[in-house]
Design a protein around this ligand. Structure first.
Ligand code: FAD
Length: 410
């Protein structure tokens, strides 16, 4: 059995770590954040491949994975439903998946507070070095260290996150804080709003401690808004004390004036139900949306996976499922070829084109935010509303395997 090092102990790292352990390998996960990563993510749409990966990790998925939702609706600015679609799905939360995976992985092999800064390699193994002077070695190194991967920056410095021109304002609101009107007309659905140049969506997720009971759940929203890089984004990334955070600002540092402004914009631009959600959400924050596109994900004894290899805009709702698929492919190829460069080469062969296609699909969905998409929306609001509902965060495994990835128009 092999000894394998994973850099990054978030969902991607935990998925591949658990899968490797289920096959008997010795695995160490190095995570730079000290303590729990709890509270980091919000809602997640679990596609079938993610459920399969969890089951293969030995994690039993019972009826309480998340909140079942039967329908999607689009609301106009007055709060009326202008389009709807039957599409049953379950919405789980980032925290739920994190706990399932973390509790399934041995504590002694999960090393928190380990910030990896470099690595070295010979013909037999890889040696990983942390900024506290400690080192770990293994036959393979799997880099699941996210959007700004240090390992990717060493191996392929030319690959950089490319800003898309818009951000996602996000937050999670307590169900109990919402009005009956909101709970009747918005809460039970995967809901959309399409104001000019923007896209709002929201859905119910579990409450604290995975509480799925009525009155104790939460409502998760994602509001895509234009933010040109040199002006609006720069301002958004500057905190209330005037400090600029070019690599990303943490939720608690977002300037209160920006939060007040976005709540006001919600009242002006969105259905009143969505405006209520923003007003009642304690922590409103934003994430700039990036594309990361790779031409290579295997480098001898090192592989990139999850957000370290590709980041697709969240319209596809695929981030965690993609990480699961990467993990399954890595583990399967190690079973077939041992912990060798050949296994990682085969992983690259399997995953490169599907991942590149997920990026293309996500860029296509992002086009509804562009001038061209807006023109379409003006001419055919209801038609586009239906299309957005049909295409956002759905299982696209069949589409990815075909050449008809991008519809003709748009
Ligand atoms: C607005 C938005 C909405 C989203 N919605 C969805 C959705 O509905 N469904 C879905 O599936 N996905 C969604 N995603 C994407 C999803 O969150 C990620 O794709 C997924 O979590 C993949 O995670 P990862 O483990 O690869 O990377 P990350 O979660 O970024 O984890 C990387 C880890 O590596 C650690 N790390 C970084 N550098 C080092 C270092 N030098 N040493 C040690 N550790 C290090 C970090 O601390 C972090 O814990 C969304 C993303 C955004 C921005």
């Amino acid at each position: 059995m092999a000894k394998i090092i994973i850099v990054g102990g978030s969902l991607g790292g935990l998925l591949v770590g658990n899968l490797l352990r289920s096959k008997g390998h010795e695995v160490d996960i190095l995570e730079k954040v000290p303590g729990s990563l709890d509270g980091r993510g919000a809602g997640i749409v679990p596609h079938p491949i993610l459920i399969k990966a969890l089951e293969m990790c030995g994690i039993t998925i019972d009826h309480d994975l998340g909140v079942p939702v039967q329908r999607r609706v689009t609301l106009d600015q007055q709060g009326n439903t202008i389009a709807d679609l039957e599409l049953p799905q379950i919405f789980t939360s980032w925290g739920r998946l994190y706990h399932l995976l973390k509790e399934n992985f041995p504590e002694k092999n999960y090393h928190s507070g380990k910030n990896v800064v470099s690595f070295g390699e010979n013909s037999q193994e890889v040696m990983v070095h942390c900024d506290d002077g400690t080192s770990y070695n293994g036959e393979l190194l799997i880099a699941s260290d996210g959007l700004r991967s240090v390992i990717r920056a060493i191996l392929a410095p030319q690959i950089k996150p490319v800003y898309t021109g818009y951000v996602a304002w996000r937050g999670v609101c307590e169900e109990a804080a919402l009005s009956k009107y909101m709970k009747d007309t918005l809460f039970p659905y995967f809901s959309f709003g399409l104001p000019e140049g923007e896209q709002m969506l929201g859905y119910p997720v579990a409450g604290n401690n995975n509480d799925l009971s009525i009155g104790h759940r939460k409502y998760n929203f994602v509001w895509y808004r234009q933010a040109p890089e040199d002006t609006v984004l720069k301002d958004l990334l500057t905190d209330a004390d005037g400090v600029f955070h070019p690599q990303g600002i943490s939720p608690i540092q977002v300037n209160w004036k920006h939060i007040a402004a976005v709540r006001q914009a919600a009242k002006n631009n969105l259905a009143p139900q969505f405006a209520e959600v923003l007003e009642k959400t304690g922590m409103v924050f934003f994430q700039p949306i990036y594309d990361v596109y790779s031409e290579k994900v295997a480098f001898n004894r090192v592989a990139l996976m999850g957000d370290a290899s590709f980041v697709a805009r969240p319209h596809v709702g695929m981030g965690v499922s993609k990480a699961a698929e990467d993990a399954l492919s890595i583990v399967n190829n190690i079973e077939l070829h041992g912990a060798t460069p050949k296994a990682l080469e085969q992983y690259q062969k399997e995953r490169l084109i599907p991942c590149q296609r997920v990026i293309a699909r996500a860029q296509y969905l992002g086009k509804f935010m562009t001038a061209q998409g807006q023109e379409e929306l003006k001419n055919n609001h209801i038609g586009i509303a239906h299309r957005v509902m049909e295409e956002t965060a759905v299982d696209i495994s069949d589409i990815i395997m075909s050449d008809d990835l991008i519809p003709e128009e748009l």
